[in-house]
Design a protein around this ligand. Structure first.
Ligand SMILES: Cc1cc2nc3c(=O)[nH]c(=O)nc-3n(C[C@H](O)[C@H](O)[C@H](O)COP(=O)(O)OP(=O)(O)OC[C@H]3O[C@@H](n4cnc5c(N)ncnc54)[C@H](O)[C@@H]3O)c2cc1C
Length: 240
């Protein structure tokens, strides 16, 4: 399927990840296999009641597979049209899409890598990490670290899934950090950038992939550049 072709995706399952966030699973009826690269996004299109056409980008949150399915992880933006439209879709309903697009994808050869996300910025990393860890040849001898920032424990999407991946792969380090963790939270606290120095330990030959809102991305890029990182080793996807 050409990325510029418009196709219909049918919602087949929807799971609430928090009060404002959903994991949505779609299938593309027109093809037996929907091909994309982990980290890419799709453009979704619909019309407002007044007829105005709206298109918005959403990262693919599932790894590429042998079937015609994909998932999204999205949160309701206050007064936003598309995010609420998608979160309100019912199983069996269709939406118009285009894609896959985007070059926020893993750059070979693989280096030791830190993945930095806040909120739904986790979506492309869920795709990349499942893809990478599914085959030892894709990640052998490389250290992979996921630094995932959220406010409170209930905002940590896919927490059990990442804990499980970390228990299965000694080279995958899962580090959720909370800015407003409860007293009994045992993990890291504070914003993601507060932990970068400890994670990279003076190294500059690693890769960093950053996804989420502009402010967080800027803070981490400046930090890494200030520590002597080459800008080509820092890849990012901005949601706003
Ligand atoms: C490449 C790319 C991939 C994306 N992937 C995802 C994804 O996987 N999951 C996801 O939830 N979102 C993702 N987004 C954001 C998404 O495209 C929309 O911007 C978002 O859902 C808001 O759309 P809306 O129509 O509901 O609101 P809009 O009407 O576009 O926005 C309403 C208001 O909210 C502000 N705003 C816009 N986006 C956000 C945001 N993300 N958080 C807080 N405030 C915002 C706007 O400045 C505006 O003031 C991605 C964006 C890009 C560019």
């Amino acid at each position: 399927m050409s990325p510029f072709q418009t196709f219909a995706a049918r919602l087949i399952r929807s799971v609430s990840l928090s009060a404002q966030t959903k994991h949505l699973e779609f299938e593309v009826a027109a093809v037996p296999r929907f091909g994309f690269v982990a980290g890419q996004w799709l453009s979704f299109k619909t019309n407002k009641p007044d007829g105005e056409e709206i298109t918005r980008a959403y990262s693919l949150a599932s790894p590429p597979g042998d079937d015609n399915r994909f998932a999204l992880c999205l949160n309701r933006v206050q007064d936003g049209f598309m995010s609420n439209f998608l979160c309100d879709m019912k199983d069996g309903e269709d939406i118009s899409c285009q894609g896959p697009f985007g070059d926020f994808i893993l750059r070979p050869p693989m280096h030791d890598t830190v993945f930095i996300a806040t909120g739904t910025g986790i979506a492309p990393f869920r795709s990349m990490l499942h893809w990478l860890l599914a085959d030892p040849a894709r990640h052998q001898d490389k250290q992979l670290c996921l630094l995932f920032g959220n406010r409170t424990e209930k905002d940590i999407y896919y927490h059990e899934e990442f804990l499980e991946l970390a228990s299965q792969h000694t080279n995958f380090h899962y580090l959720p950090t909370l800015s407003r963790g409860a007293d009994d939270w045992q993990g890291l606290r504070g914003y993601v950038q507060a932990h970068m120095i400890a994670i990279i330990q003076g190294r500059t030959e690693m890769h960093a992939y950053i996804c989420g809102l502009d402010k967080m991305i800027k803070a981490n890029r400046e930090l890494l550049k200030g520590l002597g990182w080459d800008r080509k080793s820092i890849l990012y996807e901005k949601y706003d």
